[in-house]
Design a protein around this ligand. Structure first.
Ligand code: PBG
Ligand code: ZN
Length: 323
């Protein structure tokens, strides 16, 4: 005779709902935007169906609509800026990101939480995330530029900066420059565990940030490593990160889960461009049910331990009532 019957708790939707262990909330989602110079631009990005390059005026419009659905956290990337060998165009006070932050904050104030990506790969002629010297990305000379970039975003009004470069010590460098300039309340969401991943393919087209030569393996993490992920995260926590992020998300649920057990900080995951595009393309061809796949993935991130989900699906999820 069977005493244990787990199926009793799956008998109908009401009881399944009652015993469901993972609940998603609209507050978990962060929506990324690609911002370009110009006016009246809402240019679809081929490699990322549903995502656009927006000029600031159109960004304001889109954010305004998004806010009505509860999209109140955005992550900004600047695209199409001047490229220099050392990425110094990344930290003027008139970068497209700085201008976008200023405009968003002016229009929406504290109703919108603005996070900016801090990395120089879209601002360097060589497309690497740090200063290149004889084929090697130099760590320490890159810190100063990254910190200045973060400061320029903070000065424009960013609520939080998100360094995605994977240089050693950059969280500490950014924290210290922000504090020195009176921005002790500007947060840092660190891309603490960022793997060298082929899943960034569509993004690099969107952001025009692909390395011209070589790859990012001397700074981004080797996907064979899990313990090292925790080491990276602990270092960033010690240097003052407020939120630790794992990126990509789908293939790294184990890392999200291990990190959740290791830190008291909020854990974020970045459901990246390649993960997004795979779902979009398969759905477009009718091979999968987009809503079901997306929500299965989102629950997987939360079940693994993510408190925050950065995803290009945010708009669909909230707009179409998938939650
Ligand atoms: C820049 C950066 C990348 C992503 C976020 N910030 C690309 C990269 O490191 O090559 C990837 C985002 C995505 O794929 O959605 N360092
Ligand atoms: Zn980069």
């Amino acid at each position: 005779m069977l005493i244990q019957r787990p199926r009793r708790l799956r008998k109908n939707p009401i009881i399944r709902e009652m015993v469901s262990e993972t609940k998603l909330s609209r507050n978990m989602f962060v929506y990324p935007y690609f911002v370009v110079d110009g006016t009246d631009i809402a240019h679809p990005i081929d490699a990322m169906p549903g995502i656009h390059h927006f000029s600031i005026d159109r960004l304001l419009q889109d954010v305004s609509i998004g806010l009505q659905m509860g999209i109140d956290k955005v992550l900004l990337f600047g695209v199409g800026e001047e490229k220099t060998p050392d990425g110094s165009s990344s930290h003027t006070d008139h970068t497209i990101v700085a201008k976008a932050v200023t405009a968003l904050k002016k229009k929406f104030g504290d109703r919108l939480f603005v996070i900016t990506d801090v990395c120089i790969c879209a601002y360097t002629t060589h497309g690497h995330c740090g200063v290149l010297h004889e084929g090697y990305v130099e760590n320490d000379p890159s810190l100063d530029i990254l910190a200045k970039m973060a400061l320029s975003h903070a000065q424009a009004g960013a609520d939080m900066v998100a360094p995605s470069d994977m240089m050693d010590g950059r969280v500490g460098a950014i924290r210290s420059l922000l504090d020195k300039n009176g921005f002790e309340n500007t947060g840092i969401m660190s891309y603490a565990v960022k793997f060298a991943s082929a899943y960034y393919g569509p993004f690099r087209e969107a952001a025009d940030s692909a390395p011209q030569e070589g790859d990012r393996k001397s700074y981004q993490m080797d996907f064979r490593n899990g313990r090292e992920a925790l080491r990276e995260a602990i270092l960033d926590e010690d240097e003052g990160a407020d939120i630790l992020m794992v990126k990509p998300a789908l293939a790294y649920l184990d890392v999200i889960s291990r990190l959740r057990n290791e830190t008291l900080l909020p854990v974020a995951c970045y459901n990246v461009s390649g993960e997004y595009t795979m779902v979009k393309m398969a759905a477009k061809h009718g091979f999968i049910d987009e809503q079901k796949i997306v929500m299965e993935n989102m629950h997987a991130f939360a079940r693994a331990g993510a408190d925050i989900i950065i995803t290009y699906h945010t708009r669909d999820i909230l707009e179409k009532g998938w939650l």
